[in-house]
Ligand binder design. Sequence first.
Ligand code: CP
Length: 318
Amino acid sequence: MSDQLSTRHLLGIADLTTEDIELIFRTADGFKEVLSRPIKKVPSLRDITIANLFFENSTRTRVSFELAEKRLSADIVNFSSSSSSVKKGETLIDTVNNILAMKVDMIVMRHPDPGAALFLSRHVDACIVNAGDGTHEHPTQALLDAYSIREKLGKVKGVKVAIVGDILHSRVALSNVHCLKKLGAEVMLCGPTTLMPRHAAALGVRVEHDLDKALRWCDVANMLRIQMERQGGDGIANFPSLREYAMLFGLDRARYERIARDIVIMHPGPINRGVEVTTDVADHANSIILDQVQNGVAVRMAVLYLLAAGIPRDHSGA
Ligand code: CP
């Protein structure tokens, strides 16, 4: 059983081995225990400096990474493109190299362009953590999602997970498919034809366009956010109206009760309440939406801790 990741960066789940994911989960278990203590802090990364670069809006991921870094005693700097010299035309590489010149060891980056984290990893000398790159991957979200399923159901292998909604624009969907399949779950993608990638079945998943059938099949329903900002036009270019979407692909109390058995409800957030899920479903006893958020801190601590092991450190005191 290895105690090291097989990769220097976390760019996507596609690059991780099953052993990497299991190591992250075991490490996160330890950090969950730390987070339950009165003093929720360990000195593991006190010689590491991390820059959080957010070129796109975020609440959960940004706050969760920042808390994880603080709990590990790292030094941190936060950068938001809206208040930076990016607005004056500075390129991504110039921005990052200027930040690295101030002796930063790790970069946590969210960016609207797919492949931005990979691009950065090839052009700068720092450990890169992808906090979401356009419609491509959101690896720490998939890790915390699978970790939360494991916590709730005691396993991931053999669990039937339906990922529902705007699959076409979702980095969470792709990362979840990779992560769940590596852990032995059965995965179904469910959504309107217009929000389903044409070659979805090639990912080795079931594809379904009827939400009621998907709900009858699954143990877990992960209800994805409609990515209004990526639809084009007025935000609903791929379906007639939000009302129709909610009627066909939204989960409300009546639809949930028709399943007549307990299934776990997930959502990566932010929720469009009344569209993907109604408030009574989001706040239902079988919803683990806030557990996902809580587990995000321990999982991100694990990722940062394990990646930091690959960073050369000078302990000479010079
Ligand atoms: N789940 C998620 O990525 O949320 P944020 O966009 O708020 O970070």
